[in-house]
Design a protein around this ligand. Structure first.
Ligand SMILES: [Zn+2]
Length: 141
């Protein structure tokens, strides 16, 4: 099972709105800077479940459950971390990184007419590379 890179997790965290995620499953009320509601993880009649949208974490003073958006989904949906990541990515339209292994179908080069066709992008890339290397040589002198 491939793990997601930390940079992707950070990126997803910044896109994912924890309050929104929780609100879709738990009725929340604004309470100052935070939100609170009845904890979904234990039975209670007075709300002790707090969500801090700015900091992206939740905490229940009743049963001690707490964590970030991933943790909330893990606990609430009873899924693993990676499934929580996938759910959040889908919910907020963040593209998942390619797994890299177990390649399904390798795509053919768009624009390549035959097996020896030259990829169209090479010339443009070379021109750009030459231009930038010339510039760096000039600045070094
Ligand atoms: Zn609780």
């Amino acid at each position: 099972m491939p793990l997601f890179p930390a940079s992707f997790i950070d990126d997803l965290k910044s896109h994912a709105d924890l309050v929104q995620v929780v609100q879709e499953r738990v009725a929340l009320r604004r309470s100052g800077a935070t939100w609170k509601g009845l904890c979904p993880f234990h039975g209670e009649k007075t709300p002790s479940f707090h969500v801090n949208g700015d900091k992206g974490f939740f905490h229940c003073f009743g049963c001690g459950a707490g964590g970030d958006a991933f943790k909330f989904l893990e606990l609430h949906e009873k899924i693993g971390f990676q499934d929580a990541v996938k759910q959040l990515a889908q919910r907020f339209g963040v593209a998942l990184p390619e797994p890299g292994c177990h390649g399904t179908q390798t795509g053919t080069f768009a624009g390549g007419s035959g097996p020896y066709g030259k990829p169209a992008g090479v010339d443009a890339w070379r021109t750009r590379f030459r231009g930038s290397s010339t510039a760096s040589i000039e600045s070094t002198g």
